[in-house]
Design a protein around this ligand. Structure first.
Ligand SMILES: NC(=O)c1ccc[n+]([C@@H]2O[C@H](COP(=O)([O-])OP(=O)(O)OC[C@H]3O[C@@H](n4cnc5c(N)ncnc54)[C@H](OP(=O)(O)O)[C@@H]3O)[C@@H](O)[C@H]2O)c1
Length: 276
């Protein structure tokens, strides 16, 4: 897929949330790159940036052939702290630039009252400086719904390229997706498999059987056909490979509609109510 600033972003991305730091993470990242992923998603919160960096180095793949994303955590919001947080992520990863840096969660009104919007705008100013300095190639948002995005968009000198949100059958996020499409912001799907909990859904299993594919593959394919970029996590080599085979088949309109009509389900937190 292509970002609004012209950079390419590989599909799918490889997720690392809850991938334990150390050998498990190093091996998962190395195996993922060996299998063919060139886009790795991590975050300071995940506590595994050192291992992600080590997995990348062990893969032997040149840094410039990879697309690496990290995120500034909620305790580091604001101008100065965001600049320092990025420096720390780069140091932990052992890299001198990021392809994409995201604000992990918006400050929300429930926790910060009237200050929420100005905190997000200040954090975004730091993101813009990082982009200007070239230490990050693209900047974006995560877990920003339309209402959180508006003040940032109104004051931005550099537009966000990405919004990474929970997105899967059962959580279509229509309002935010429409805002992103109108603004040229690419939507990335976190928990595209619903953390694995969608994989025994009878509708998904039925469609998977028709294609001779796994439930995970048809779910990831549905995300791509929705115009959204899936980030998928696994620490198992067989699944890591399975989740890459997404371009040898296509879902028809009826299958897309059946998956889009699954009942609402949310597996993570809502940005308006998170208190972390
Ligand atoms: N920005 C944010 O706030 C945010 C929040 C959550 C996630 N994310 C990002 O999005 C990525 C993906 O989301 P996620 O990790 O929450 O969930 P996910 O990718 O939807 O699901 C991961 C779970 O599904 C299992 N799984 C993966 N492939 C499978 C397959 N082919 N068959 C059966 N089970 C399979 C994994 O198990 P095994 O690992 O045991 O194989 C793991 O338990 C994260 O890793 C992270 O990078 C971002």
């Amino acid at each position: 897929m292509t970002l609004s600033n012209g950079f390419s972003i590989p599909v799918p991305g490889f997720g690392t949330y809850k991938t334990p730091d150390g050998e498990v993470c190093v091996n998962a990242v190395r195996e993922a790159i060996a299998a063919g992923y060139i886009h790795i998603d991590t975050a300071a919160l995940y506590g595994n940036e050192c291992s992600v960096g080590e997995g990348v180095r062990q893969s032997g793949k040149p840094r410039e052939e990879l697309f690496i994303t990290s995120k500034v955590w909620n305790t580091e919001r604001g101008y100065d702290k965001t600049l320092r947080a990025c420096e720390k992520s780069l140091k932990d990863l052992g890299m001198d630039y990021l392809d994409l840096y995201l604000i992990h969660w918006p400050a929300n009104r429930q926790q910060f009252g009237d200050k929420a919007d100005s905190i997000n705008v200040d954090t975004w100013r730091a993101m813009e400086r990082l982009a200007d300095e070239g230490v990050v190639r693209s900047i974006g948002l995560s877990n920003f719904y339309s209402s959180h995005m508006a003040p940032v968009l109104a004051s931005a000198n550099i537009a966000p390229t990405v919004d990474q949100i929970e997105f899967h059958p059962g959580l279509l996020q229509q309002d935010t997706v429409e805002t992103c499409q109108a603004e040229g912001i690419l939507v990335e799907a976190w928990s595209p498999l619903g953390r694995g909990r969608l994989l025994d859904n009878p509708v998904i299993v039925d469609i998977a059987e028709r294609h001779g594919k796994s439930a995970a593959q048809v779910t990831l394919r549905w995300v791509i056909q929705m115009g959204v970029l899936p980030l998928v996590k696994s620490v198992h080599e067989e699944r890591i490979r399975e989740n890459l085979d997404l371009f040898s088949f296509a879902l028809d309109d009826d299958e897309m509609a059946r998956m889009s009509a699954l009942p609402e389900a949310r597996f993570g937190s809502h940005p308006d109510t998170v208190a972390f």
